[in-house]
Design a binder for this molecule. Structure first.
Ligand code: PEP
Ligand code: MN
Length: 463
């Protein structure tokens, strides 16, 4: 999205035509099986909301989306590493300057550590500015004998447990758009306006090292410090390093929203889903003949697909044929989320068969969603050690096959919450009583996120 610091920096390209886009096949999904949608179609409110979305300006531009595809192609070749992170579910109330800046800041801090570990550029991407809709395992929730529709994300209904709040409300689609717009505006301002200055980000990381619990990362932190000083001594252009590219992504779950924000780019004549740069298909909506796979096969954005432990190599190959028939570098990312106990057994055959097919996808690990447990005191949580173990398994598998472990997809926040167990300065379940804020899955807090970056940097420097 913003200007790049490299020579092929993003230049504004011709604008996308606004208004409801028509293009062959863009509405075929409407007659296909579709999972996880709200029950609001055919109401006047629904038509008003989708018509309004269709007339609003795009949130991202086609040229930025094309730049991202090039960056992801480099990662698929082993020449860059993707860091994708943010809330499980963004909320409207959570879109405050403090929370957004803390999240961006944490991602930038992690990226500096990973850049050092990988000796490669790190592509920075938020699960931000659109991550407002959630797939659920059950349509309903029952509390004290009262059954109401399950919470499906702020784009659909409210988290409060009351009939009014849990009603599927199409006007929330429009509010999600405006909240995404203001979130993106702040992200663009931060990442272009000096906040991303390498020296500043490095300085923040020294705050992490001030905690004695993190002393085991001392040597890496010192090496980074020396590298920054070395750059300074060599006369590196730190002015240029004040600006970074930062991309927005979310799960493309509500196809009403995605379809209404799809525009035809006047430069290429092709459809782009302008709700975000990168969109992914979740584990529950990736059936080959489903509406989600069909719709996303028709937009130019880079696409991710989550692959859980039941995925077969044939599933992966069929998804490649459908989503990336041209075998276009950067088009397709597989985000594996197998669980720490499964990854070493399940991932090798997938990677092997995809590689043998000649396809070059980007492989990313999501070490969160296969490792969710309930704490003895009843909270949805994850053990930091399990999360790290899945990352290690991911690196081991790719290293042994000679393929590139190309990225990390994490649920994290910049705040000091208590949602995941463990870490060097450990969170225990008693801390959940005060510090648990997520309305969906548990996130790594600020310190746990940085600790993960140090651990992954160690693994990257060996791979
Ligand atoms: C998520 O990313 O929050 C999610 C629901 O993931 P998955 O589709 O992998 O279960
Ligand atoms: Mn989640």
């Amino acid at each position: 999205m913003p200007e790049s610091t490299s020579s092929d920096s993003f230049q504004p390209k011709p604008l996308i035509v606004s208004g409801a886009a028509t293009y062959p096949g863009l509405d075929d999904w409407r007659s296909l099986p579709i999972a996880q949608q709200p029950s609001w179609a055919a109401t006047d409110e629904y038509h008003a909301a989708t018509a309004e979305l269709s007339s609003l300006p795009p949130l991202v531009f086609a040229g930025e989306v094309d730049v991202l595809r090039e960056r992801l192609a480099a990662a698929a070749r082993g020449e860059a590493f993707l860091l994708q992170g943010g809330d499980c579910a963004e909320t409207f109330d959570g879109a405050t300057a403090d929370k957004i800046s803390a999240r961006v800041r944490t991602i930038l801090q992690m990226a500096v550590v990973l850049t050092y570990g990988a000796s490669l550029p790190v592509i920075k991407m938020g699960r931000m500015a659109g991550q407002f809709a959630k797939p659920r395992s059950s349509n309903d929730e029952t509390r004290d004998g009262v059954t109401l529709p399950a919470y499906r994300g702020d784009m659909v209904n409210g988290y409060d447990f009351s009939p009014e709040s849990r009603r599927h409300d199409p006007s929330r689609l429009v509010r999600a758009y405006h909240t995404s717009a203001s979130t993106l505006n702040l992200i663009r301002a931060f990442t272009q306006g000096g906040f991303a200055d390498l020296r500043l980000v490095h300085h923040w990381n020294q705050g992490f090292m001030a905690n004695p619990a993190h002393s085991r990362y001392e040597s890496t932190a010192r090496e980074i410090d020396r590298a920054v000083k070395f750059m300074e001594a060599c006369g590196a252009d730190f002015e240029a390093l004040k600006r970074v590219e930062f991309f927005a992504s979310h799960e493309a779950l509500l196809l009403d929203y995605e379809r209404a924000l799809t525009r035809i780019d006047s430069r290429t004549g092709l459809p782009y889903d302008t709700s975000g740069h990168f969109l992914w298909i979740g584990e529950r909506t990736r059936d080959l003949d489903s509406a989600h796979v069909d719709f996303l096969s028709r937009v130019r954005n880079p696409i991710g697909v989550k692959l859980g432990p039941t995925s077969t190599a044939d599933d992966a190959l069929a998804l490649i044929d459908k989503l990336d028939p041209q075998r276009e570098p950067g088009r397709l990312t597989f985000i594996t989320r197998m669980g720490a106990g499964n990854i070493r057994e399940k991932l090798p055959s997938l990677v092997e068969k995809v590689t043998d097919s000649g396809a070059q996808v980007l492989w990313v690990t999501d070490p969160m969603h296969g490792n969710t447990v309930t704490s003895p005191n009843g909270y949805k949580t994850r053990n930091f050690d399990d999360v790290i173990d899945e990352v290690r398994g991911f690196f081991e598998v790719h290293n042994s096959l000679g393929t590139f472990p190309g990225g990390l997809h994490v649920e994290m926040t910049g705040d000091d919450v208590a949602e995941c167990l463990g870490g060097a300065d450990p969170i225990d379940q008693d801390a959940f009583l005060e510090g648990y804020e997520s309305v969906c899955d548990p996130r790594l807090n600020h310190m746990q996120s940085l600790e993960m970056a140090f651990l992954v940097a160690g693994a990257l420097s060996k791979s």
